[in-house]
Structure formats: C-alpha cells, structure tokens
Design a protein around this ligand. Structure first.
Ligand code: HEC
Ligand code: HEC
Ligand code: HEC
Ligand code: HEC
Ligand code: HEC
Ligand code: HEC
Ligand code: HEC
Ligand code: HEC
Length: 373
C-alpha cells in the first residue's frame, strides 16, 4: 500500500508517519460514512407467527435509534441481488446478476451467493477457475476465498435475525437454516417486538448489555483462544480479544459503544474519560500534536478481514488494548495459529515507525505516560 511504503521509505520523517497515521485511522472504513440502502425489511408470515414485527414497527417511537442503526453495518449483512445491484458492487468474472441470489458484506468485502444458495468460489468465462471470488471494498481487489469448494451458506447464526437450523431459506439447497430477516435487526438483539410495539412497556422487550450478548457473534471458536493466521488476528474475534484484555469483566462492549451506531461514530465513552492521568500526560506531546490517538497505539489494526496494508497493518482494530513492554512477549504463538493476548510493540509502534526496530520501540515505550513531553 502506497502510504505504508512511503512511511517506510521516509522513515521517521514527519510526512511518512503522518501518512501512516491517516492510514491507521481511516482507510479501513470503506463505507466512509455513506448511508447504504437498507436491505428489505419485509416481515414474512412465519416471522409474524413468532412475534416479530420488523424494524419499521419501531420507527414511529424510536426514530433516532432507527436512523443510527440504518447507517450501521448490522442490518446490511445479506442483500438480495436486486438491492446489491442497485448499490453498485461489481460481480466476479463470468457471473451475471441473474446467476446471483444474494451478496454478503458491505464494509470490508463482498462475497456472492448463487441461485442455489451456495457461495460462489469459482469464476472466469466458464465459471470453472477456482478463486478470485471475494471483492475487497477498500482496494477493489479480487482475492481467493475457499477457492473451488462447494460451500453452503451456513453463516446464518451470526449474520441473520431469528435464525433457525431447520429448513432452507427460500427453498435453496445451499442455504442452511431459515431466518426472519437477512441481517441483524432490532429484534435480533431485543427479541420479538410485536407485543411491545402494540403495548409498549419495559416488561415485554429484552435489553441485554452483557459482553456475552455481543460475543455470541463477535467471536471465533472457543472464547479463551484468539485464532490467527498469515501474521494477523482473524476477524470477528472482538469478544475473544476483549476477554484477553484489561477491560474484561470491568467495562462492557455497550459501555464504550452505542450498539446502534457505526463503529467510527459509536464511541460514547472515550479512553480519556476513564484514564484521565494518561490522557493528561499524552496531551501536548509531539505525537498527540501530530494527530496520534490512544486508539492508534492501543487498538491498532492487528486483525484482518480483507486486506493487509503492511506487515503490521491489517484492517480490523484489536481489542486487546493493553500494550506489553516485556521484550520476551510475542504477538503470536510459534506456529502463528494463535494470538497470545499480548499486544506487542511491532503492532503498537512499528506499524507507523516502519524504519525503526523493536529495541528502539522498547526504549521509547516503557513508561511512556510518565515521561515529560
Ligand atoms: C408505540 C410506541 C413504541 C413502539 C412502536 C415501540 N416502542 Fe419500544 N418503547 C416505547 C416506550 C414508551 C418505551 C419505554 C417504556 C417504559 O419506560 O416503560 C420503550 C422502550 C423500549 C426499550 C427499552 C426497554 C428498557 O428496558 O429500557 C427497547 C429496547 C425498545 N423499546 C425497543 C423497541 C423495538 C425493538 C421496537 C420495534 C419492534 C419498539 N421498541 C417499538 C415505545 C414504543
Ligand atoms: C447476531 C450477531 C451479532 C450480534 C448479537 C452483535 N453483532 Fe455486531 N456485528 C455483527 C456482524 C455480522 C457485523 C458486520 C456487519 C457489517 O457487515 O458491517 C457486526 C458489526 C459490528 C460493528 C461494526 C459496524 C459498523 O457499522 O461499523 C460494531 C461496532 C458492532 N458490530 C458492535 C456490536 C455490539 C456492541 C454488540 C452487542 C451489543 C453486537 N455488535 C452484537 C454481528 C453481531
Ligand atoms: C446489536 C444489538 C442491537 C441492535 C441491532 C439494536 N439494539 Fe437497541 N440496544 C442494544 C443494547 C445492548 C442496548 C442497551 C445499551 C444502551 O443503552 O444502548 C439497547 C438499548 C435500546 C433502547 C433503550 C435505550 C435507552 O436509552 O434507554 C432502545 C429504545 C432500543 N435499544 C431500541 C432499538 C431499536 C428500535 C433498534 C432497531 C432500529 C435497536 N434497538 C437495535 C442492542 C441493540
Ligand atoms: C461466529 C459468528 C460468525 C460466523 C459463523 C460467520 N461470520 Fe461473517 N462476520 C461475523 C462478524 C461479527 C463480522 C463483523 C466483524 C468482523 O469482521 O470483525 C463478520 C463479517 C463478515 C464479512 C464482512 C462484512 C462486510 O461488511 O464487509 C463477510 C463477507 C462475512 N462475514 C462472511 C461470512 C461467511 C460467508 C460466513 C459463512 C461461511 C460467515 N461470515 C460466518 C460473524 C460471523
Ligand atoms: C468506562 C471506562 C473505561 C473506558 C472508556 C476505557 N477504559 Fe481502559 N480500563 C478501565 C478499567 C476499569 C480498567 C481496569 C482497571 C485498571 O487497570 O485501571 C482499564 C484498564 C485499561 C488498561 C490496562 C491498565 C493497566 O494498568 O494494566 C489499558 C491499557 C486501558 N484500559 C486502555 C484503554 C484505552 C486505550 C481505552 C480507549 C480505547 C480505554 N482504556 C477505555 C476503564 C475504561
Ligand atoms: C504512542 C503510543 C501510545 C499512545 C498514543 C497512548 N498510549 Fe497508553 N500506553 C502506551 C504504552 C507503550 C504503554 C505501556 C507503558 C509501560 O508498560 O511502561 C501504555 C500504557 C497505558 C496504560 C496502562 C497504565 C500505564 O500508564 O502504563 C493506560 C491506562 C493507557 N496507556 C491509556 C492511554 C490513553 C487513555 C491514551 C490516550 C489519551 C493513551 N494511552 C495513548 C502507548 C501509547
Ligand atoms: C474500552 C472500550 C471498548 C470496549 C470495551 C469495546 N470496544 Fe469495540 N471499539 C472501541 C473503539 C475505540 C473502537 C474503534 C472505533 C473507531 O473506529 O474509531 C472499536 C471498534 C470496534 C469494532 C470495529 C472494528 C474495526 O476495525 O472497524 C467492532 C466490531 C467492535 N469494536 C466490537 C466490540 C465488541 C463486540 C466488544 C465487546 C466484546 C467491544 N467492541 C468492546 C472500543 C471498545
Ligand atoms: C499512528 C502512527 C504512530 C504510532 C502507532 C506511533 N507513533 Fe510515534 N510518532 C508518530 C508521529 C506522527 C510522530 C511525530 C513525527 C515527527 O513530527 O517527527 C511520532 C513521534 C514519535 C517520537 C519522537 C517524538 C516524541 O514524542 O518523543 C517517539 C519517541 C515515538 N514517536 C515513539 C513511539 C512509540 C514508542 C510508539 C509505540 C508505543 C509509537 N511512537 C507509536 C506516529 C506514530
């Protein structure tokens, strides 16, 4: 990626590092604040029978929540082909819109589902070349995802509202299970809301502020391990990372985030609100004046969903948060398959200071918030 190469070439030169600050702060958000059209909010008769009313039933009384949610990623998980086409995402080589039933993803990457409900894994003029089937939104690159495999859409438990293992959505053999809505709507978090919408009360709607409620989906594998690969933490592991970090059991996801909002605008408690002494010390330092933030060092993009922009720059921010200055610690296990739960200085510092090494980082990182400016 241009910015990182620039930063490396220029070493500690302010211009190069400033480019890296920009990159770490913004480039991962391909959606760029645009309000994408929302997938259909139709309520199926089956969903109605289970007490679901659909987001439209909440608007008249909770319009502010609805507007926030509408601009966020949660409802946009799986969009019918016609809606994805209107949004403008390109198709893999050899595929026409008539061959596509749904598109998965709108922020980091898009994957495509054929008219039988299977993920597209082969492309090319005859649709027989494995790979080039995932479109990375930040760069417009086509990359390989499970190239050539016969891959059912078994992703519903974490992507859909009111998922049930039984049956096949739309009667398509590749769709494992059924759901009420193709995305995460109000009622996936708050439970079926028809009764509440007709007679509003706190007693007929669920509110769960626990990290585990978010961890139902923002998790990979067992909660006490952090799966990794290719030099990065894998994506959708916020809960695994959080449990390894200092906020576990002390600060909930919903304390820092307004769960109705896009990540970039969702933070309602800033780091400085709870860590005033570090914030006071950092304010006025050269880095702070250059635009470096708490999140740049403590939550660098050590995870990867679609693209890596440098050796230590992925596209998903880590929630481990506590930076290790123990030189014996490593970010990953020897085989690279797990993150250790330690956030090391390669990711915290060298992502920007590409021309420096770990010894330099260590010497400058220790006691960083007790130093003068
Ligand atoms: C006719 C107006 C109305 C509609 C429609 C409505 N709500 Fe409410 N909602 C309310 C009111 C009023 C309260 C506050 C109840 C109270 O304080 O006793 C509330 C409270 C809530 C709460 C907070 C409960 C708590 O324990 O603090 C949630 C969550 C909620 N609504 C979600 C929804 C969802 C989801 C929908 C759509 C399925 C919906 N509401 C539709 C009026 C409505
Ligand atoms: C049913 C599964 C599920 C649950 C429960 C869930 N999420 Fe998500 N979340 C997702 C998925 C899938 C995405 C990716 C959406 C996308 O494509 O942008 C996501 C995206 C996000 C994002 C980035 C969205 C953006 O627009 O920038 C944040 C922040 C987030 N979730 C926070 C939370 C919090 C906090 C909770 C708990 C209150 C929670 N999530 C509960 C599945 C879930
Ligand atoms: C990803 C999960 C998630 C989704 C999706 C979601 N909510 Fe919430 N909602 C929460 C959580 C967690 C809380 C409690 C934390 C808080 O106060 O924000 C909450 C709180 C609320 C409250 C009470 C807020 C207050 O200030 O007391 C209302 C009302 C509400 N949600 C309505 C909605 C509506 C309407 C939608 C859809 C348009 C929706 N929510 C979508 C997780 C979610
Ligand atoms: C354990 C829950 C879980 C499962 C299972 C799961 N996902 Fe996801 N997925 C998420 C969450 C949470 C996110 C957003 C957060 C993140 O990526 O860090 C996400 C993000 C994505 C994205 C990027 C979305 C965007 O807007 O760019 C795609 C594409 C995706 N998943 C595809 C799949 C496919 C295909 C499957 C099934 C083969 C699947 N996922 C299975 C939880 C899950
Ligand atoms: C709602 C309050 C709250 C917010 C917001 C918050 N923290 Fe924390 N943080 C805590 C608590 C409580 C602890 C655990 C007790 C402690 O060690 O201070 C903690 C611990 C930590 C630690 C480990 C401290 C140590 O001495 O080992 C670090 C590092 C940290 N937080 C960084 C951050 C960063 C960076 C942010 C912003 C992204 C942030 N925190 C936001 C409350 C908060
Ligand atoms: C330039 C990178 C960088 C920035 C920016 C940064 N920190 Fe830190 N922070 C560190 C390092 C490195 C440590 C570990 C220091 C040590 O172990 O001696 C640390 C330690 C901490 C700790 C643990 C207690 C301590 O003082 O050692 C907290 C809490 C913390 N930072 C909060 C913050 C907050 C809040 C901000 C934003 C106002 C922030 N940090 C900005 C690098 C940074
Ligand atoms: C101490 C505060 C804090 C806690 C606790 C916290 N987050 Fe975050 N989270 C943040 C900050 C800060 C960001 C970066 C927001 C931005 O893009 O500016 C973030 C970003 C995210 C993102 C988007 C990642 C990306 O790179 O775009 C997701 C998804 C997310 N958080 C989910 C969660 C979930 C799920 C939990 C609980 C398991 C959680 N967060 C707990 C502060 C927190
Ligand atoms: C987001 C990018 C970024 C990250 C991450 C980062 N820095 Fe910096 N750093 C900068 C910028 C920008 C400057 C200012 C460059 C200039 O004007 O010379 C700077 C300057 C410095 C300086 C010289 C000025 C001073 O304040 O003494 C030191 C030392 C330094 N950084 C150490 C670190 C350490 C140690 C870490 C990791 C704990 C770190 N940086 C993480 C961007 C970053």
């Amino acid at each position: 990626m241009r910015f990182v190469q620039l930063a490396r070439l220029l070493g500690c030169c302010a211009l190069g590092i400033a480019a890296a600050v920009l990159l770490l702060s913004g480039a991962a958000d391909a959606q760029g604040g645009k309000v994408l059209p929302l997938p259909s909010e139709k309520v199926s008769p089956q969903a109605q029978a289970k007490g679901y009313a659909g987001p439209q039933a909440c608007v008249q009384c909770h319009s502010e929540k609805y507007d926030d949610y509408r601009a966020s990623g949660h409802p946009k998980k799986l969009r019918p082909a016609a809606e994805a086409r209107a949004w403008g995402v390109p198709l893999p080589e050899g595929w026409e819109w008539d061959d596509i039933s749904y598109v998965v993803g709108a922020r980091w990457k898009a994957r495509f589902i054929d008219t039988q409900g299977y993920l597209v894994t082969s492309t090319g003029p005859k649709k027989d070349k494995p790979g080039k089937n995932q479109y990375n939104l930040a760069t417009g690159r086509w990359v390989n995802y499970e190239a050539g495999k016969k891959l059912p859409y078994s992703c519903g438990p974490c992507h859909m509202t009111a998922y049930s293992k039984a049956g096949n959505q739309d009667g398509l053999p590749g769709m494992v299970g059924t759901w009420a809505f193709p995305g995460i709507t109000c009622e996936e978090c708050h439970g079926p809301g028809a009764a509440h919408a007709s007679a509003p009360s706190k007693t007929n709607i669920k509110v769960d502020k626990s990290p585990a409620a978010c961890g139902k989906c923002h998790i990979r594998g067992a909660p006490d391990k952090i799966p990794a690969g290719g030099g990065f933490i894998q994506h959708h592991e916020q809960y695994n990372e959080y449990l390894a970090g200092p906020h576990a059991g002390k600060v909930s996801c919903a304390t820092c985030h307004d769960p109705h909002k896009r990540a970039a605008v969702s933070i309602r408690k800033q780091c400085a609100d709870c860590h005033p002494s570090q914030a006071k010390n950092f304010t006025g330092s050269k880095m702070q004046r250059s635009g470096v933030t708490c999140v740049n060092c403590h939550m660098p993009p050590g995870g990867k969903s679609a693209e890596a922009f440098g050796k230590y720059v992925g596209d998903v921010k880590t929630h481990i948060a506590k930076i290790s200055t123990n030189p014996a610690d490593r970010m990953f296990s020897d085989d690279g398959k797990l993150a250790t739960g330690k956030l090391t200085l390669d990711f915290a510092c060298l992502a920007c200071h590409g021309s420096r090494d770990m010894a330099w980082a260590l010497a400058n990182a220790k006691g960083i918030h007790t130093r003068g400016k």
